[in-house]
Structure formats: structure tokens, C-alpha cells
Design a protein around this ligand. Sequence first.
Ligand SMILES: *[C@@H]1O[C@H](CO)[C@@H](O)[C@H](O)[C@H]1NC(C)=O
Ligand SMILES: *[C@@H]1O[C@H](CO)[C@@H](O)[C@H](O)[C@H]1NC(C)=O
Ligand SMILES: *[C@@H]1O[C@H](CO)[C@@H](O)[C@H](O)[C@H]1NC(C)=O
Ligand SMILES: *[C@@H]1O[C@H](CO)[C@@H](O)[C@H](O)[C@H]1NC(C)=O
Length: 576
Amino acid sequence: MAPIAIFLSLLPTCALSGKRPNILFLMTDSMDGRVIDPQATQAQAVELPFLRDFLSSEGTNFVRTYVNSPQCVPSRTSMCTGRRTDQIQTWSNEKGLAASLDGTLDDGCVSFYGKDQCASWAKQQNYSETIFTGLAKLGYGVNLYGKIDIGAAIMNDKKVRATTAALGWHTGPNLQIVTRSADIRRPTKQRPLELTKENVDHVHPEDWQTVERCQEWIQKLPPAEQNAEPFFLYCSLDIPHPAFKTNATWLAKVKEDKIELPQWPQGFPQSWHPYDSYMSISKHVEEMNYTTEEIMKVRKTYYAMCAEADYLLNRVWLSLTAKGYGLNNTFLVYVSDHGEMNMEHRQIWKNSMYEASTRVPFAIAGPGVAKGHRVTQLTSLVDVLPTLLDMGQETNWDRHVGLAGKSVLQLAGATSFAPAQFVVTPQEPRAIFAQYHSNMANTGSYMVRKGPWKYISFGHTLAAFSPKVYTPLLLNVDEDPSELQNLAAQRGQIVEQLEAELRMLLDPSEIDSRAKREDFHIYKRFFGSLCQDELRKKLKANYQGFDDGDFEKLQKWAKEISATLPPEGSPTTFVV
Ligand SMILES: *[C@@H]1O[C@H](CO)[C@@H](O)[C@H](O)[C@H]1NC(C)=O
Ligand SMILES: *[C@@H]1O[C@H](CO)[C@@H](O)[C@H](O)[C@H]1NC(C)=O
Ligand SMILES: *[C@@H]1O[C@H](CO)[C@@H](O)[C@H](O)[C@H]1NC(C)=O
Ligand SMILES: *[C@@H]1O[C@H](CO)[C@@H](O)[C@H](O)[C@H]1NC(C)=O
């Protein structure tokens, strides 16, 4: 008898209870994480009975979770592979994962860039798994509905039942992205108020279809006790991504008197950090004539969209519980790819390292997960992949190499199957990182969050971004949640420590230079052979008010960056 007893005692306890739990993975686009933190002021602005109230009371809410890169494709590819942006080199929305793990090139990539370029990118993109392949390996039926946006030939993957509603590759060559470091200070977007409407029923009609498809899929499930194959159901919406469009039903969920008027730093644009002023101009929030009413109109419309997102995702959960599935057999996970500035810091969209843009929802509920638990340890979207594997009772962690994050299941009080090096513990002095190399930002930026601190530094490749001008920021997020006081000059030692943390992980200059050179490479290939008139016409269509001075700037930029390219034939030469 003795050997059997020893054998049993080696098994993880949950494995004895039978099959792996199901996972319902709910996702939104552009949800400011503070809106689902019950203690944040932003949460007071709108009723969210499901995404905030239900998940906070029935599950564990990781209220200090950050993105790895605040834009759809860089953020989602990073979350889905568990790797940092620089590791997988998905710098912007024009470049996802060029191939699947078995080497199948992504059709979207090939249609925009051709086979040779995609094959060359695929070779440099160092990843060894995705959330979807990892869970399929553990025996999950993987079903994807709605926005995916990672490329990786996901639509061809037979193990992954992606639907026609699921989006694969995002987009192709984009003039605003590839010329960002030319520092052309012109609006590239519509004014916020031109994007704002209060009489529109469906800001993203496809979201309603995504929810219906998820519900139809759930309808076909066998009763919970008869279901042999654990499922991973991914339902992913566009909302509350701008435009800011809503109607009276959703506006009725907003508490206007609880919406704060954001403070904008004085002295725009002359005394602003040049990175921030570029971003506000690019986002077309540079005009000086904003009234309080106009700012509040945009803000309340955004919160109303959050209410619609809440309603939609709650419908998916209700369909599942109607079939007899519940938190006893299914993990419920909610995340967003990035936040929304919603007029803070004279900005809309995301792209920046401020809280509204980088802080995201991350809440889980399900078997063993503590109820009503609010976790303030720093967490990141790179933690999502190891957490999902842990929910799937992965025991063979040796096969997961190069992961940038760790499982948070233990923080949520649930049984973890991961060895110590893959587990986030409550007290560890954890540092969290983000980076951004895409449009509406003229140069690369990096964020280190640790304790109360947020350190933001910038890429210095090209003369325009000299370290004397593009100086770092140090913010105390706990004491200064509006992020208006730059303490970098006073707290030099903290700056040094956080800069050292960043450099232990990556080489910020090398990565900034690499991303800018790749931009220029795409620029040359797709726009470089245009005759001057045609090029000017395209530039005018992308940069409102583009003039001769801007054109001169662009030519100087092209000359300067050409000189930084490696010689032909060197190993880092990009394939054309
Ligand atoms: C607002 O739109 C929703 C769908 O998003 C619809 O169900 C509702 O009836 C609309 N409300 C009004 C007042 O038109
Ligand atoms: C500000 O001025 C511009 C240019 O005159 C105008 O088009 C815009 O509607 C005004 N209001 C806001 C909020 O931008
Ligand atoms: C699991 O939870 C669901 C929904 O609450 C419930 O209907 C079902 O009976 C529960 N199953 C078990 C085995 O407890
Ligand atoms: C790819 O990632 C693995 C795991 O992190 C690492 O060991 C390896 O050096 C990386 N390869 C390249 C080419 O970057």
C-alpha cells in the first residue's frame, strides 16, 4: 500500500477532483483600468454592475495592472505570447506576428508586405507559444470570437476555432506611423468633439454580433456535468474604443456629478515636455478654446460606452450560468488591451504612459479564487498567459521559456500549479515595464512602475530627441494620481535605480533605434518612390496643415536616419 500512498500524495490536490476548469475570457478595447477599481474616483462616474461590482465581489480584482505597450497590436501580441514588445518586435498596429509557431505566414502580413518581408520578420520574432496554443496543448477546446488583432496566421489554425467575426492581422504600411520620428507637429486625427455623439445606438455594431455568436456557441454546450472537453471561450469587443458614440440609455448609467474635470498642465505647448505636446497636437486636442462643457461631454460619453460594454459582456456570462456553468467549474477572466485618456492631459486615445492609457482591468473569479479581494501588488498583461496556463493546471513548466510574466493565481488565493519562479507573491518588490514605439508619439518611450513610482524615459535616436530636451519623468502615482508633478530633478537616486532596472531588462537606445530604422525601412519601400507631388498629397492627407516647412523637416529626417542604417549585407539588414 505504501507506494500508492506516496504516489497519490505527489499529485496536486485539484487534479484529484477531475477535469480542468473551463475558462471564459472576456475582453474589451480601451477600458481605463481605474473604472473597474471600486476605490478609484473614475469608478464613481458610471454603474458597472458586472465588470466592476460582480467581479470585485465574487472574485479578485488586480487593480494595478499595466499594459506592455499602449496600442492594440503591440499590447495584444505581448499579452498573447507572454513576451515584451522588444522580444517579439511588434512595434505598432502595422506589424503583428508575421507567422504562426509552425511557420505558416500570416495571410494579412503577406498581402501587405509580401512573403520575403514576412518570413524575415517571423525569423526575428522570438516567441514559442501563445495563450491559444498553450491551452490547446493542455486539452482545451479553444474558441475565439471578436477582436484578436495579433496576426500569427491565427485564422488558419485548426486547433483554434476562430470565426469569421475574429480579426487576424490589423493593418499595413501607415504613413503616420513610419514618419513619426520626423516630428511633424500637425493633427493626424479628428477633433474629439467631432467624434462625440449622443444619439447613436451602436458605436461598434460588430460587438453585438460577437456577443450573439458567443451566446450561440454557449447554447450548443452540453450540460456542465456532461461536458468532457474543457473549453476556453474568448469573447472580445471593440467597445469602449472611440469614436465616442452613445445614446440616452447608456448615458442614464453615468453619474455626471461624479465625473472629475481633468487638470491640464499650464503653458501648452511651449512649457510642456515636447513628447507630450507632440502627442496632444497629433491627437488634435491642441486648440485653446475648450470649454468645461465640451471636455465633460466627451468624458461622459466614454463612461456611457463603458456601461454598454458591461451590459454586453454580462449577457455572455448570464448565458453560461443559464446552462448550469458557474464559478464552481469555470474561471471568469476580464482584461482590456489598454486604456483611454478621455481628455486627461489634453489627450484622447491611448499611446501615452499616463495611468488612463496604461492601466487596465484585470479581474478573475472562479474555483478557489478569493471573493472580494482587491490586489494592489503590481501586475502586467504579460502575467495573463502564465495565469491562464496555471488555471489550466499546467504542471510541465519547463517547456515555458522566456516568459516575461508570472502567474497571479496565488495572489488570488487559488491553488497554483506553477513553481515559485513563475508565481507572483504579495510582498515582492516587483517592477513592471512598458514601452511604446508607434504613432502619435514622435520617439520611443519606456515606463518602469515600482512601489509608488512611475519612471518614464525616452528614446534619443536622432538629433531632435536629445537627452537634454527629452528628459525623463518621475511621478509618484500614489500621492499624485493626476500625474502632474515631475520629481525627476529632486529624486535623482530613484531615477537612477529605475533606469538601472530598465537597462537590466533591455537596451533602450538599441530598441528605439531599431524601431525607428524599421519605420524608415517601410517608409522607403512604400512611400520612397512616389514622385514629390504625390508624396506631398499623401502627407497632407495624413497631417492636417502640412506645409513646406514640414516637408523640409521630413527630408532632413530621411537623410539623418538613412545614415544610421547598417551597411548592406550586414546581419541586421532588413529584407526589402
Ligand atoms: C440605445 O441603444 C441601445 C443599444 O445599444 C438600445 O437597446 C436602446 O434602446 C437605445 N436607447 C434609446 C433611448 O434609443
Ligand atoms: C475651437 O476652434 C476651432 C477652430 O476655429 C473650431 O473648429 C472648434 O470647433 C472649436 N472648438 C473646439 C472644442 O475645438
Ligand atoms: C455550479 O454553479 C452553477 C451556477 O451557479 C449551478 O447551477 C450548479 O449547480 C453548480 N454545480 C455544482 C456541481 O455545484
Ligand atoms: C529567444 O528567446 C529565448 C528565451 O527567452 C532566448 O533564450 C533566446 O536567446 C532568444 N533568441 C533570440 C534570437 O533572441
